[in-house]
Design a protein. Structure first.
Length: 315
């Protein structure tokens, strides 16, 4: 009976996935509230990462230093008193962060172990992270949906862009060229074929951008808590497969998952990106803090200098 209940629950997950487009708008207010609650819990004590450099937004005036080019002097500001001042801009490229929350059909899954779907968690993380980053002076964008912005209503902008997006929901971000000093954060279950995952990471890092790949998984996708006769339904149209004694598949399944992750880890290690496994039964705030602490590391230490033990973590 327990296995029948599990199968019914999993079929229900697929049904929910089909209707996701209709229900997302209704669930978004709840996700926004949860994201803001999480963001507020971690913002205290965090400091912004604004810095001087090449950009279009004014940051501050500072005293002119002997030896600098006279063309850097802001004569209008300097005319106010007896000192020379330079007008510094924010380092635009350094605080442009692209966040990709996977909204594909497979993300609508939740096992009997969880109430929250992978999609809910990915969206909450994306919204909360955007809130924290903008509060710290960063610019945040969503590939294919929202250009980088530091608007204080970033959460509403992202939510509106997602709700009104009518394009096909792919698992991986679209091909684009982030600036060399930008960063990319991918929040996905990463169950796409490994060749596609590798291609995605290689393409996004080709310009020199650094990144963080987060695999968002339901606990059941790691533990495989199934037994007896179970029918597994692939939510994106690949059909079904029936196990006569599902418990006999557990070892092989877990080995395949580990092999898939090792292949992702090899790619992220090679390019100096980070790789984190995040289960939906763990606190979202923990991942938020970890990601915030890692942002900028790729630029500071140089590409390819992370070790495998540093680049793959769990939250």
């Amino acid at each position: 009976m327990a296995d029948d209940a599990t199968q019914q629950h999993d079929r229900g997950a697929v049904t929910r996935a089909v209707g996701e487009g209709r229900s997302l708008a209704a669930s978004m207010p709840r996700l926004i509230l949860e994201a803001r609650r999480i963001a507020a819990s971690v913002i205290h004590g965090l400091h912004g990462r604004r810095r001087a450099g090449t950009g279009e937004n004014f940051w501050q005036y500072r005293r002119f230093v002997s030896g600098e080019a006279a063309t850097r002097v802001d004569w209008r500001r300097s005319a106010r008193d007896d000192h020379l001042y330079v007008r510094e801009q924010e380092w635009e490229a350094a605080h442009t962060i692209w966040i990709w929350p996977d909204r594909s059909v497979s993300m609508a899954f939740s096992s009997p172990l969880m109430r929250e779907t992978k999609l809910d968690r990915a969206l909450i993380l994306a919204l909360a992270l955007a809130e924290v980053l903008v509060e710290g002076g960063e610019r945040v964008g969503i590939p294919g949906l929202l250009r980088p912005t530091s608007s204080r209503n970033i959460v509403e902008k992202i939510a509106q862009a997602i709700v009104h997006d009518t394009s096909t929901r792919h698992s991986l971000p679209p091909a684009f060229a982030p600036s060399p000093l930008a960063e990319v954060i991918v929040l996905s279950d990463l169950w796409s074929p490994i060749a596609e995952v590798r291609q995605m990471i290689a393409q996004l890092s080709a310009s020199g951008a650094s990144g963080h790949v987060v695999q968002v998984v339901d606990p059941a996708e790691e533990t495989f808590p199934y037994g007896g006769r179970v029918e597994f339904v692939e939510p994106e149209g690949a059909g079904t497969v029936t196990a006569g004694r599902a418990e006999m598949w557990r070892g092989d399944y877990q080995a395949r998952v580990e092999r898939h992750r090792n292949e992702i880890r090899e790619e992220t290690d090679h390019l100096g990106w980070s790789f984190i496994v995040h289960r939906t039964d763990k606190a979202a705030a923990d991942l938020l803090l970890k990601l915030h602490g890692q942002l900028g590391i790729g630029r500071d230490i140089g590409i390819g200098r992370r070790t495998p033990k540093q680049s793959e973590q769990r939250t």
